[in-house]
Design a protein around this ligand. Sequence first.
Ligand SMILES: NC(=O)c1ccc[n+]([C@@H]2O[C@H](COP(=O)([O-])OP(=O)(O)OC[C@H]3O[C@@H](n4cnc5c(N)ncnc54)[C@H](O)[C@@H]3O)[C@@H](O)[C@H]2O)c1
Length: 430
Amino acid sequence: MATSSSAIRTLDKSGNEITTVGFTRFGFDSEVPIDVLRSLYLRAHYVTTASSSDTKEEHLEEQALHAQFSKGHVAYQSKSIYHPETQSISYTTLSRFPPVKLLAPSKRKRVLVTGGAGFVGSHLVDRLMVLGHEVTVLDNFFTGSKTTVSHWVGHPNFELVRHDVVEPFMIECDQIYHLACPASPPHYQFNAVKTIKTSFMGTLNMLGLAKRTKARFLISSTSEVYGDPEVHPQPEDYWGHVNPIGPRACYDEGKRVAETLAYGFHRQDGVDIRVARIFNTYGPRMNPFDGRVVSNFIVQALRGEDMTVYGDGTQTRSFQYIHDLVDGLIALMNSDETRPVNIGNGDEFTIGEFAELVRDIVENVQREDGEEPRRVNIVYKPMPTDDPQKRRPDTTRAKQVLDWEPRWTVRMGLEEMVRYYKAKMAEGGI
Ligand SMILES: NC(=O)c1ccc[n+]([C@@H]2O[C@H](COP(=O)([O-])OP(=O)(O)OC[C@H]3O[C@@H](n4cnc5c(N)ncnc54)[C@H](O)[C@@H]3O)[C@@H](O)[C@H]2O)c1
């Protein structure tokens, strides 16, 4: 039996129900109802938003109107309609967009999101769009996909541009979230030279744009700048322990030099920069085959295959849910903090424990859906080179300067992600 939206009750770390994500910080309101966001990434049979049932009649009326113009071929969505009386032509795409906030022009920001078709970027785009801002996505679709943001294509506040950030790009904007860079090891190691080029030249180009337009610039750096850390948990003042010539160096050193560039532009040219050091993040729209531990485990368990743990399973990781990250990124962007800020969830799990938790949740969701789960095995394989043993953020700075801390428990986030992958699987997407 499919789970209905009313059955999805999400409790935060303090046991309070999560009905909205976001908050007001530094005069910027980032709060939106969780159901609106869910309707963009979870399939309809899991969530029915109030608006979708309320507007059924309206929907039929609109369809009838379009059918009248299109002589019944409603499936062919875009139409050009000639109006002889006014000698004009109108175009329709039949696109329906979720309502977005109507902001006064003085409050509406023109936001550029590079890498906006990727996992993190698309959630940031959803949030900024629902909040009523004007969003331009710049992406070369290397690891991202148009489908992650296709629900906004055609919206007057939205623009999607295919562009590689290693080439310069000109646009007028107020804020730049610079996310473009492959983030998972198989993807960033696929073409190591391109990864370091994207990190260096891409960041150089986008900082140049920020300098010209006086836009505020936020870079999505990473906990990988700490390498295999000798300090635990890692505060922002820790300089890291990175192998500069290993297989992960194209990404780790790429992000380190990207940070260096950001501070160079800040000191020399006064560019207003923000540096987010993001720790492991997971959530819907993560590529199921990108080799990251969360997606690997869920997909294997859903398929009834053995779950693979690399190493002996005692290495620890912390995982943050995507909505917490988006809250943190928006808060940082709108704050005055120019020092690096760790954004991550400090709840630490051994990979072995985590595999068991995922297995448990997958079984629960299968039971909720009236299926009989089959217990899968957890198997151990050798650890890849340079894989850090321990990684946990010290988020004291984020708490102090942004008044931000993670709200989502790992379990709650995983449940949502399992539902998402399960729905994708049912549609043949996995
Ligand atoms: N997801 C995490 O756990 C995590 C952790 C730390 C840092 N980050 C950082 O956050 C950002 C987003 O990560 P993600 O998980 O969404 O990864 P992702 O691979 O899903 O998204 C990256 C996006 O950038 C685009 N891109 C890559 N190279 C490009 C180029 N040269 N020009 C234009 N677009 C390009 C890709 O097509 C994709 O849409 C990355 O900068 C990553 O380093 C992510």
